[in-house]
Design a protein around this ligand. Sequence first.
Ligand code: NAP
Length: 243
Amino acid sequence: MKTVLITGASRGIGRAAAKRFAKQGYNVAINYCKSKGAAESICDEIRQNGGRASIFCADVADNSRVQEMIEAVECEMGTIDVLINNAGIAPKQGLFTDFSENDVESVFATNIFGMMNCARAVIPKMVSKKSGKIINVSSIWGICGGSCEVLYSSAKAAVIGFTKSLAKELAPSGITVNAVAPGFIDTDMNSHLSEEDKKLFCEDIPLQRIGTAEEVAETLLFLASDSASYITGQVLTVDGGLI
Ligand code: NAP
């Protein structure tokens, strides 16, 4: 029985992934930071459906909390076979020059340093087992860049560089590292947008609609599966054809 740790699994894409991996038979370690009630509710839902899940609180940007979390997951669920580095934040849109040094630090701390913290903590055991999968959630903005989204786009581009280089470093150890780059997905992250804004955005999407968290979860599950055993260092976009 495989164990997956999904960061930021209390809400949105991470929550949908927790549900999907549990349905597939994984032990699911649900990481959350602030939304304890939401994390508990998805954990209960999985257990009620016969799955195995537990919740683990940690701010991924805090390296010592991440190390404690990994030890707690390993103690309760065994070594981690799959790490889904999903936790992320998107600052309000704005001109680059309007953001402070603190804004830059906070976006990078969660969106890229958090992924590095989690990966650093799971890699040693994956290397000794000579197997493991790390999947990082980037964004299409990390590929093509977004105006008024400079901090977010830069951090998500760093996720891609991290993915590609780590993939080369870990391939001889039998570990694959890939990224998923979602487009416009219907989660809390986009809840500030009006219905009118969403409609306008959809006009630019070839599939003419917003994606769902469940659709991203399917892609994460594929990359974690044996069907993706010869895929590493890749970025899979899930964006309805937008870029
Ligand atoms: P969301 O609905 O806002 O959920 C974000 C999740 O990340 C929450 O579970 C939150 O947990 C967690 N999180 C935030 N900061 C954290 C921290 N420091 N430590 C641990 N967990 C933290 O967002 P989403 O749309 O599902 O986004 C998930 C990932 O997809 C992110 O990396 C995002 O950048 C990426 N993405 C999203 C879209 C989109 O359109 N939605 C597009 C491209 C990429 P708590 O609530 O417990 O703090």
